[in-house]
Write a protein that binds this ligand. Structure first.
Ligand SMILES: *[C@@H]1O[C@H](CO)[C@@H](O)[C@H](O)[C@H]1NC(C)=O
Length: 403
């Protein structure tokens, strides 16, 4: 989201899904949430773990994973990972926190989107050295080179900086990641002007020339639905504003043969925003030849009463939106769109992904739910009995889990 300082105060993957007679499964490869916390307290660098910042809670990640999410974006601060200079070696403690979080996520079969949440800045200054930025990415990619469920997000929301610099920084990141031996992973590139989908075609068209020897670039855009698009209000402009704001970007992706991911979006817990959000997601599913998925902003242990909190068990968006969004989850068999758009148009399907997604879908239809698995809640049609010795415990109206 655009005004991160306020926060301080506090393809690829086609699913082999059977086509139902009237409904079809979600055509997204990924759906999830940003797991906010390690980037908190950006006025206190390096800051103190537990006071200024926090790593996400793995048990609530597991809850969202069990609900069907399969991508978790992990924001962190570059200054905490590589203190003093972009070319520094990593701080061992902060690196361990990042690695633990990422490895937990990927151990569940989900994807971890590694997100230096820095707005193209380092200690407040625009990052202007492509070689320093490359050094930072060499450091990060080296750590995760062998984990193909990691995805690299070049930087959160470049803004108010030179457009050619944004292009060159992204290309430097791609080159460094590949040179570090991380050759299997997707790379999500972000654009200038906070990577907004609504301004993409007037701002970021030069990013069309980014190249990747592995051909695994995904354009990560962000879109909020309040009047200034900043994601700071729970009032949406109209019921159709979501689709309207991503339409031009969708056409840009299509006409240029590129893939996109909506890396941040949200709406208030009210019916107008609900229509705007579902209208946008349904439109994206109709155009899933280019849209691979979306991630909500945001979950995380310190959001408290934040208007968009997806943190279980009582976040405002968790209680209002989880069930609504679940129709778009990759494991969903009841996507809300009824279009006949092909679900198999992405070209670089990987066997491992297809397999893990299938096993997730299978798990929800077995007669007995396993430890941590969902076992009840509004709209739940899967197993309601838990494997011994676990019992089905309600987390909220939408979600019961074997614990
Ligand atoms: C690049 O950034 C550094 C650090 O903020 C700054 O000192 C320098 O003046 C910048 N150089 C250019 C050419 O903008």
């Amino acid at each position: 989201m655009k005004y991160s300082l306020l926060l301080a105060a506090s393809a690829a993957l086609a699913l082999a899904v059977p086509q139902g007679p009237s409904k079809r499964a979600s055509s997204f490869a990924w759906f999830g949430v940003s797991e906010s916390g390690a980037e908190f307290g950006n006025q206190n660098i390096p800051g103190v773990l537990g006071t200024d910042y926090i790593w996400p809670d793995t048990s609530t990640i597991q809850t969202l994973r069990n609900a069907g999410m399969n991508i978790f974006r992990v924001p962190f601060l570059m200054e905490r990972l590589v203190p003093n200079k972009l070319t520094s070696s990593p701080d061992a403690t902060y690196l361990q926190g990042l690695k633990s979080t990422v490895e937990f996520i990927t151990s569940t079969g989900a994807y971890a989107l590694v997100d230096p949440h820095n707005f193209g800045r380092y200690y407040g200054n625009i990052i202007n050295s492509t070689s320093d930025f490359a050094a930072f990415w060499t450091t990060v990619a080296t750590q995760f080179a062998s984990n193909d469920k990691v995805i690299f997000d070049t930087n959160n929301e470049f803004n108010t900086e030179d457009q050619t610099l944004v292009l060159n920084l992204n290309q430097a990141a791609i080159n460094a990641i590949r040179a570090a031996g991380a050759t299997s992973q997707y790379i999500f590139v972000e654009g200038n002007s906070w990577s907004g989908a609504w301004t993409w075609t007037t701002v970021n068209t030069n990013l069309v020339s980014l190249t990747d020897p592995q051909n695994k670039i995904v354009y990560e855009m962000h879109q909020y639905l309040d009047s200034d698009g900043s994601g700071t209000s729970d009032t949406c402009v109209s019921s159709t504003i979501g689709q309207e704001r991503v339409q031009a970007a969708t056409e840009w992706l299509q006409s240029n043969g590129k893939l996109g991911f909506l890396g941040e979006f949200a709406g208030g817990a009210n019916s107008l925003c609900q229509s705007a959000v579902t209208g946008m997601l349904s439109y994206m599913q109709e155009n899933s030849d280019v849209w691979l998925g979306a991630s909500w902003w945001a979950a995380g242990p310190w959001w408290s009463t934040y208007i968009f909190s997806m943190e279980p068990p009582s976040g405002t968006a968790y209680t209002y939106y989880l069930n609504i969004l679940s129709a778009y989850f990759p494991s969903s068999s009841g996507g809300s769109t009824t279009t006949s758009t092909s679900t198999a148009t992405h070209t670089t399907t990987t066997t491992t992904t297809t397999t893990s997604t299938k096993s997730t879908a299978t798990a929800t239809s077995t007669a007995t739910a396993s430890h941590w698995a969902q076992c009840g809640g509004i709209g739940w049609t899967g197993a309601t009995t838990c494997a011994s010795p676990y019992t089905c415990q309600a987390q909220n109206a939408y979600y019961s889990q074997c614990l």
